[in-house]
Structure formats: C-alpha cells, structure tokens
Design a protein around this ligand. Sequence first.
Ligand code: BGC
Length: 266
Amino acid sequence: MELNLKGQVAIITGSSTGIGAACAKGLAEEGVKVVINYRSSAEEAEAVQRHIKGNGGEAIVVQADVSKEADVERLVQACLDEYGHLDIMVANAGLQQDAAFTEMSLEQWNTVMDVNLTGQFLVCRAAARIFRKQGVHSHGRAAGKIICMSSVHDEIPWAGHVNYATAKGGVKMLMESMAQELAPDKIRINSVSPGAIKTDINKDAWENPEDLKQLLTLVPYGRIGEGTDVANVVAFLCSDAADYVTGATLYVDGGMMLFPGFADNG
Ligand code: BGC
C-alpha cells in the first residue's frame, strides 16, 4: 500500500521526545515536511531534526507552549512561512502530573487540562482554520487531516491520574464533535489512542523488570509498545488509504482495552 504522503506538510506538537518524536521521524520517512515542536527541550528537538535531515528529510524546529493561544498562532505561522501550507496536524503534546485524588492540587489539575485538552483545542482550531481556507488542493483527497493523540485512558478510568484520564476523555468528545462539524469541509479528524508505549512519560512502569512484568499483565499481546507502533498508524490515518475514516479512535495498545483481567476470571 502506497501512503503517498510525499510533499505534504505536518506539524507534530510535542515532538522533541517520545511518541511525538517517533511520529515526526515516521512522517518524514514518508516524505512529509515536518515542523518539530517543543516547549522546553530544545536539544532533543534539534536531535530529532538532525536525524530527519540526516536521512534526507525536511524539518524545522519551533518552540511553542500549546496551552498558550499566541504561541500556537506563532507555531502555525512559522509553518506557513517556511512551507507555504499545512496538510496534517498531530495534536500530540501531553504530560502527566500524577497524584492521589485527595492530594491533587488545583495546579496539577489545571496544568494537565491546559496542555492535554485546551492545548489540543487550540492546535486543532488553528489547523482547521488553515484547512478550511486552503480547501482541497494538490495534496491528497482531504483539505487536511488532524490526529488527536489520545490514550486508552479516554475509556479506561485511572486512579491516581484523574486529571489525565479526564483530559483524555475530553479529547475523545472534542475529536468526535470536531469531526462531525468539519467533515463537510473535507477535514478528517481521528484519534490514535496508545496503551503502554516505552517512553519517558511511563518510565516508572517499565524501567525495572518487576514493574514491567506487572505492566505486561495488562497487555495480552505480551510486549510493551514502541513509538514506531504509534507512528505507523498515524501515517496510515493521514494518508488517502484512510480517506473514508473520520471520527474514529484507533487503539494501539496490544489489547489493553480487552479487559485482560477477565481472561481467566469473571
Ligand atoms: C500513559 C502511560 C500509561 C499508558 C497505559 C498512557 O496514556 O501516558 O503512562 O502507561 O497510558 O496505562
């Protein structure tokens, strides 16, 4: 299957590390010109850019905090200044600030909401405005594609992480409502919902063998995911191979959503 993404332009928020970095590299491998965005880790963002350029790809790096409206405007403008158009927005930037519910501070709640939910609203709105203005042009069948990076926790409740799970639950409804509203404009919007992927965000859960063993009891497929597992699905959803797919959530989780605790019980 040819993805035919060559020459398209993508912004991937939060792409200096983790799943975002894998998506930036993966899309660049398909010939997409990418905007690498970071908030505070400039060095890592530049390393991702070096990797892409070293493999013959095109990439720029733009600092922006997705929870700030002016930063988001500056981010998309930098993309248009460099590449002239935008085809793909991967709303990926996200973080965790974990705490037991009764100990959770308002600051921890607000930080996660601001980045993981309001940040997605801001970058999706900025992209949709551009896609609407652009219309369907020379790159593919849609006017533009948005991928919301969600999580299995848009469905699975998560004790000790209520801010995160609430934000991801919000992302699900944000994505579906945007998809409904913008489909007539030929804008496709989908979520990719990863389970346990080996990145810094969940290091505590896989770094030592005992914790990894415990984590894998939740993953019927028996391995932890890699960034490329997510990046491949993102590239597919951005391509015309998925042109009839909008408003969908694709779980990339080795079966974490399948209630593995019931396999020999219940
Ligand atoms: C979280 C990870 C967690 C995974 C599965 C992700 O959304 O960011 O920390 O390991 O969900 O629970």
